[in-house]
Unconditional design. Structure first.
Length: 88
């Protein structure tokens, strides 16, 4: 029996697994406020496949984990196992 992804693929992409291993919701703590909107960053040239004049006049910045807002949700993995993975 093979495990199929949500999109029907037979193999999981490593970025999906990485996101799962770093997401606190899997240990029962959904986090909000992980990013904030701020002043638009200046770019030397436009990103590939994008227009020269960006439609949004802001950039998104990460927020320190100490300032995240946590909400209790049902855990998928044991909290101790999740913390062990974070240290490796």
């Amino acid at each position: 029996m093979s495990i199929i992804t949500r999109t029907g693929k037979k193999c999981w992409d490593r970025s999906v697994i990485w996101g799962m291993l770093k997401n606190p919701a899997y240990k029962g703590q959904a986090a909000f406020g992980k990013t904030k909107v701020g002043v638009k960053l200046q770019h030397i040239r436009p990103q590939r496949h994008s227009c020269e004049q960006p439609k949004d006049n802001y950039s998104i910045y990460p927020v320190e984990k100490a300032n995240w807002i946590y909400v209790k949700v049902p855990n998928i993995v044991n909290e101790d196992v999740f913390d062990i993975v974070q240290n490796n």
